[in-house]
Ligand binder design. Sequence first.
Ligand SMILES: CC(C)(COP(=O)(O)OP(=O)(O)OC[C@H]1O[C@@H](n2cnc3c(N)ncnc32)[C@H](O)[C@@H]1OP(=O)(O)O)[C@@H](O)C(=O)NCCC(=O)NCCS
Ligand SMILES: CC(=O)OP(=O)(O)O
Length: 334
Amino acid sequence: MEFIEQLKLKASQNKKRIVLPEGLEERTLKAADTILGEGFSEIILIGNTDKVKAEATKLGLQNIGKATIVDPENHDKIDAYTDMMVEIRKKKGLTKEEAVKLIKNPLFLAVMMIKAGDADGEVAGADNATGDVLRPAFQYVKTAPGISVVSGAFIMILKDKEFGEDGMMVFADCAVHPDPTAEELAQIAVATGQTTRAIAGFEPKIAMLSFSTKGSAKHDMVDKVVKATELAKAQAPDMKIDGELQSDAAIIPAIGQKKAPDSEIAGQANVLVFPTLETGNIAYKLVQRMGHAEAIGPILQGMAAPINDLSRGCSVSDIVNLVAITANQAAGTV
Ligand SMILES: CC(C)(COP(=O)(O)OP(=O)(O)OC[C@H]1O[C@@H](n2cnc3c(N)ncnc32)[C@H](O)[C@@H]1OP(=O)(O)O)[C@@H](O)C(=O)NCCC(=O)NCCS
Ligand SMILES: CC(=O)OP(=O)(O)O
């Protein structure tokens, strides 16, 4: 976890304002307390001020007094934010009345704070399903230039150091886009390579996963991964990408050698790109739970601002770690 300590150090040198919309959620409050104690980021909690303070006292937290608390029911910028919402969504027919209702939802308030420059990044999802975290972000913050598909990567810290980069691997998409086309899968692969370089801090060796290795099975689903591999290689000629590979061929050298002897990725992969969200989400949770790995993320790839999601099964340290990543994204230091 040395890389997280380095990220915290970098974040503390240029502190950013990270908004946590689930300000009454116990793990979120405990994480906020830890972050404020360590001092690597400013924290904005959304929730009724009295309730947030009472909850913090009940939990015996010492540092919540250093957070800014924003009450969604009583906020002096609500008029400005709802005007912005109507402007952004006018083609979709959003009325001021609807915006006034939406802004009371902390997940909408958080993205509008970012849009208005009142917060630098967001972490949410300890209490809300991913779709509910993503929708406000997609609608108001939107994607980064040139990106049509957002995806979610996990940095996996494995117990077994023989895999990946001394036990560190990156998995995607595990969070966002249920059934990508070949073009979208290629975009996800390249984005995951960039996340790997910027945040995990190692050179990606990307395996495009399938149930087939180099033509061992014939199916439309295999063809999609073959095409995505070609497209991703063309889009990022400086990245090592290969497919289609089965997961054993991707990570076990002897099997990689047997099934794909000419591949420079087989048996060496440190980044796994899954063909669908179904496979990616199931795989990361099994590795996390049965393999006792740490799963940091999902780090959203391709948003126009640093907004990251959590699993509802996250721990306090998962939230702290994701805030450290988000704060660095906001500072432009990753
Ligand atoms: C991402 C998700 C929330 C989109 O929600 P949806 O209800 O299908 O919403 P829509 O298709 O109406 O899209 C809403 C907006 O998001 C945009 N959008 C949807 N998916 C997107 C993606 N992957 N990348 C970029 N933009 C996306 C749409 O273009 C649309 O924009 P618009 O309103 O400005 O036109 C949905 O695909 C989802 O629930 N994914 C699975 C999340 C999940 O449960 N993951 C497992 C746990 S981590
Ligand atoms: C990322 C993810 O799977 O989130 P959740 O567990 O909340 O559905």
